[in-house]
Design a protein around this ligand. Structure first.
Ligand SMILES: Nc1ncnc2c1ncn2[C@@H]1O[C@H](COP(=O)(O)OP(=O)(O)OP(=O)(O)O)[C@@H](O)[C@H]1O
Length: 234
């Protein structure tokens, strides 16, 4: 089967000369479609850089990255924007909701421009917020705001969902509820999930765990059994 992503010799250098930072140093990687992949590694190991390049938010300095047969590293800015719009969703540590819009309106911002969206109400129901459609972000808890952000990301039915520290700003009980939503999205929509986290125990819900160190892949592990998010503690 064609992997969702494959990268060969992927490198990223920020800056130049003596102050250059080698954020990625020749990463080779294959990610099968439909998996939950958790990326672990110390601060500065290159996790977000890798996520941002695969998500089309940043560009590699050298090497190749493919999404199926689309060569991300060859796309111009317009094509990269089209790739992001049509294929991927993002969930970040801080929810980036529009404060002046309700939960439903925040999700509609995306459904209005997506090619194959689900109704905003349906996306919000999937994350357990069907009773909060008309609430503004300031009227929602942190976990609820993160669930609106997830609803916004999944409403366009993306093939891939990128999550950078999705539970980073949440207490562990709320974080588990958010992980359960992400797990459901993977199971129900079949979206490939790429998640960066500092909480190593979250790797227990993944199909595949990628460990980065100093901009390189240190280890890739396929979990023989996976824990349901409800049983994960950190
Ligand atoms: N825009 C940038 N300009 C310069 N250096 C950068 C930039 N973005 C990241 N870096 C550097 O690249 C390296 C990798 O950063 P990256 O954010 O990918 O690591 P990370 O593993 O996600 O870290 P963290 O867990 O702290 O978020 C770090 O040394 C970082 O300081």
């Amino acid at each position: 089967m064609t992997p969702a992503y494959s990268a060969r010799g992927l490198s990223k250098v920020y800056g130049e000369g003596p102050s250059a930072v080698h954020a990625l140093r020749g990463v080779d990687l294959d990610i099968p479609a439909g998996e939950i992949v958790v990326m672990l590694g110390a601060s500065g190991s290159g996790k977000s850089t890798l996520l941002n390049i695969l998500g089309g938010l940043d560009r590699a300095s050298s090497g190749t990255a493919h999404f199926r047969d689309l060569s991300l590293t060859d796309l111009d800015d317009r094509a990269l924007t089209r790739y992001r719009r049509n294929h991927v969703g993002f969930v970040f540590q801080f929810y980036n909701l529009m404060p002046s819009l309700t939960a439903r309106e925040n999700v509609e911002l995306v459904t209005e421009i997506a090619a194959n969206p689900m109704p905003a109400d349906e996306a919000l129901a999937m994350v357990g917020l069907k009773d909060r459609l008309d609430h503004f972000p300031s009227q929602l808890s942190g976990g609820e705001q993160q669930r609106v952000a997830i609803a916004r990301a999944i409403a366009k039915q993306p093939e891939v969902l990128f999550c950078d520290e999705p539970t980073g700003a949440l207490d562990s009980a709320t974080g588990r509820a958010v992980l359960k939503v992400l797990n459901d999205v993977n199971a129900r929509l079949g979206s490939t999930l790429l998640m960066v986290t500092h909480a190593a125990s979250i790797a227990q819900m993944a199909h595949r765990v990628i460990k980065l160190a100093d901009g390189a892949i240190r280890d890739v592990q396929v979990n023989a059994t996976r824990l349901p998010p409800e049983e994960i503690h950190w």
